[in-house]
Design a binder for this molecule. Structure first.
Ligand code: PMP
Length: 355
């Protein structure tokens, strides 16, 4: 090791899902939305004048912050925005998890949490989900330095009830509890309604899934104004201009088209429920997902082999070779026609396995 390497901050990075670019693939591996963003986004994009890019964007991101405040019935000082919810979550870890006690999150969850904890040298402890992939609220009643829960959880899709979250919040008034609601718009119960009751609750959401804008990188956090102030203090100590002018303008358009948002999310929910029935018919088992994906396993079929076979057919899904979940594939809910192609392949594949 070179001398200077001793002073390098060494980390084992998060591995994002593949982003294959070839034509004709069915991409069900990173939980993107198969439908385009709201029509107003395309209109606003056409109206954009590159001349304005000479100037720095508004560091307070007020256009987008105000639109989100209106949408969620909060005030502008209760909203923080960032470059995707990954940026918002990373900033929240840096801001709120600065103690010596371990932060807690489930053993099976979004695999970025332990990466940020390692990056910032935050001690952490993983609490095992039960055998049905549900969180056990009693596991979050011990001393800790903070809590992070994805709800619905990833990659399982399992949603915790507001009652469960309230119970956890009640027992943890002295630490920050982050609820990562990346997938909340597909049927879960949002913890936003609990914000007035808990000054230690931070709810994080994203434009990447329900608003079809993963490529624009927009995420946001909602909480009482003191939390948002602390987040902004860290943000302004790091990078004042996180949000590009394009993200601010186009994101605002997306928030304002509520009817389109409901139409798209309802369509995905309907497809998900139909695919659940079909997968059950083919012998797959899965926890009941409230996300835009299904975490499916088939007794007697190797998930890894199926993952490879799907890839050969240009159907990309996500496989996690990790303890407890190595028999599962996470399948994003695409359009009905994409799911029909997937299901027809699975029908043939399962038949050939059990001939
Ligand atoms: N949280 C969870 C649970 C996720 O699955 C993802 C998507 N990978 C994110 C946060 C981050 O999404 P984004 O940065 O696109 O908002």
């Amino acid at each position: 090791m070179a001398g200077w390497e001793q002073n390098v901050r060494k980390v084992i990075p998060y591995v994002p899902g593949e982003q294959p670019r070839q034509e004709g693939i069915i991409k069900l591996n990173t939980n993107e939305n198969p439908y385009p963003p709201a029509p107003g986004v395309a209109r606003a994009l056409k109206e954009m004048n590159p001349e304005q890019f000479r100037l720095y964007p508004d560091p307070t991101a007020s256009l987008l912050v105000n639109a989100l405040a209106g949408r969620y019935g909060l005030s502008s000082d209760q909203i923080f925005v960032g470059v995707g919810s990954d940026d918002v979550l990373a900033m929240a870890f840096l801001t709120f998890f600065h103690g010596t006690k371990p932060i807690l999150f489930p053993d099976i969850t979004y695999s970025f949490y332990d990466v940020w904890a390692d990056l910032y040298r935050i001690p952490y402890q993983c609490q095992p989900l039960d055998e049905t992939f549900c969180i056990r609220p009693e596991d979050y009643e011990q001393e800790n330095g903070g809590i992070v829960l994805a709800n619905p959880n990833a990659p399982t899709g399992v949603a915790a009830s507001l009652e469960t979250l309230r119970r956890i919040l009640e027992k943890n008034r002295d630490v920050i509890v982050i609820i990562d609601e990346a997938y909340i718009d597909f049927g879960g119960e949002s913890a936003v309604s609990l914000i007035p009751s808990y000054d230690n609750l931070l709810v994080v959401q994203t434009f990447s899934k329900s608003r079809s804008m993963a490529g624009m990188r927009i995420g946001y956090a909602m909480g009482q104004s003191r939390l948002i102030q602390y987040l902004n203090d860290v943000k302004y100590s790091f990078n004042s201009y996180t949000m590009s002018q394009a993200s601010l303008r186009l994101g605002t358009e997306a928030v304002e088209e509520e009817a389109y948002f409901s139409e798209v999310t309802n369509k995905i929910i309907a497809t998900r429920e139909r695919v659940k029935k079909e997968l059950t018919r083919l012998g797959f088992v899965f926890p009941d997902s409230k996300g835009n994906f299904i975490f499916a396993s088939h007794p007697g079929i190797s998930a890894q082999e199926l993952f490879e076979a799907l890839k050969r057919e240009n159907i990309y899904v996500r496989y996690f070779p990790k303890p407890r979940i190595q028999d599962y594939l996470r399948i994003t809910v695409g359009t009905d026609s994409q799911m029909d192609i997937l299901l027809s392949f699975l029908e043939d594949y399962t038949q050939s396995c059990f001939k």
